[in-house]
Design a protein around this ligand. Structure first.
Ligand SMILES: NC(=O)c1ccc[n+]([C@@H]2O[C@H](COP(=O)([O-])OP(=O)(O)OC[C@H]3O[C@@H](n4cnc5c(N)ncnc54)[C@H](OP(=O)(O)O)[C@@H]3O)[C@@H](O)[C@H]2O)c1
Length: 304
């Protein structure tokens, strides 16, 4: 194993990127240098970005950037495919030229829920993607293009990310949106027939560092907090833990009709990651810890 690791982190101020950066291991036997690659200095849409990647000769590039505005994507196909499919392919080719490994991210939105809706069996990496939305299709295309372009690329599919920073493009995340609306006294209608595996970026970042320092074979991996829940039950648990009386009512996917279609079931199996020693705890423990760390619940931030 090399004694040092130089890593280029695209999107270090994003939700996942900021937790990856803050959880950089220190004091180990290996010297780790993380080089943040952020706009405006580093913009993936600028052709010079690929030259920077070729010249920098990183050991690994981690790309957390994406077009994440799921509903807007239905009318912004070009921008969405550019960020989620075509530029990730160009990035993978630049990494190949520089012999730099690549870690890229995808989503449960590549699944339709159609096949597993009845059986509700978590999707494996072998399950055939069948995206329902433009965002899902762009990410599924990106996965394929990245993995085909460079044999040392790894794609991690995850789901329902929430972290302290929140996503700039989404204006937060599900947890911050729920808390903000409830505190403002707004009534909330939340979908109760969509099963997901919400994932704390804090937890994901820890396991990603294990993956980075002791990489399994390249390829596709699912990584989410363990278990599954509907968005409605997730909201209920947030309010229970936060001790907030919210005006919350369930609504079906059919009634709610978001601009971009959602899958009724998009739970991802973590079995392949488990076999590689990559294990995330259950979603409830992760949520409780996250709310404590953000100072939403008592006890103050937990260590570690
Ligand atoms: N959020 C979720 O619920 C979710 C679920 C499943 C999978 N994922 C995937 O997980 C990954 C991380 O998501 P996230 O929630 O952490 O995203 P995020 O918070 O929106 O962060 C994205 C980061 O990418 C940067 N970025 C955007 N366009 C860029 C460009 N042209 N050049 C360079 N940087 C650019 C953003 O910078 P600015 O600050 O300048 O905008 C931001 O730092 C993405 O691939 C996403 O599709 C997310």
């Amino acid at each position: 194993m090399p004694s040092s690791l130089r890593l280029g982190l695209i999107g270090s101020r994003g939700q996942l990127g900021s937790d990856l950066l803050s959880r950089t291991p220190v004091g180990g036997s290996r010297k780790i240098e993380v080089v943040p690659l952020d706009r405006p200095d580093f913009d993936l849409t600028d052709p010079r970005a690929m030259d920077r990647i070729r010249e920098a000769r990183f050991d690994l590039v981690v790309n957390t950037s994406a077009y994440n505005a799921v509903d807007r994507a239905e009318t912004e196909l070009r921008e969405c495919f550019e960020m989620n499919a075509f530029l990730p392919r160009a990035l993978a080719l630049a990494c190949r030229d520089a012999k730099t490994a690549l870690l890229h991210f995808s989503t449960d939105y590549v699944m339709s829920g159609g096949i597993n809706e009845e059986e509700q069996i978590p999707y494996t990496e072998e399950s055939c993607p069948r995206p329902l939305s433009v965002y899902g299709l762009s990410k599924a295309t990106g996965e394929r293009l990245v993995l085909a372009a460079w044999e040392r690329a790894t794609v991690v599919r995850t789901c329902g990310l929430y972290g302290g920073r929140g996503s700039g493009q989404k204006g937060g995340n599900f947890v911050t949106t729920m808390l903000g609306a409830a505190r403002a006294g707004r009534p909330l209608r939340v979908i109760d027939d969509c099963h997901v595996g919400p994932t704390a970026t804090w937890d994901l970042a820890e396991v990603l560092w294990t993956m980075i320092l002791d990489p399994p074979a390249p390829g596709l991996y699912h990584l989410t907090n363990a278990g599954s829940v509907t968005w409605y039950d997730f909201a209920r648990r947030i309010f229970e833990l936060a001790g907030i009386e919210a005006s919350l009512s369930p609504v079906s996917l059919k009634e709610y009709r978001p601009p971009a279609p959602r899958s009724p079931y998009s739970v991802l199996s973590n079995a392949k990651a488990h076999q590689a020693g990559l294990v995330l705890r259950g979603w409830e423990d992760a949520l409780e810890d996250s709310l404590r760390r953000e100072g939403v619940t008592g006890g103050g931030p937990s260590p570690g």
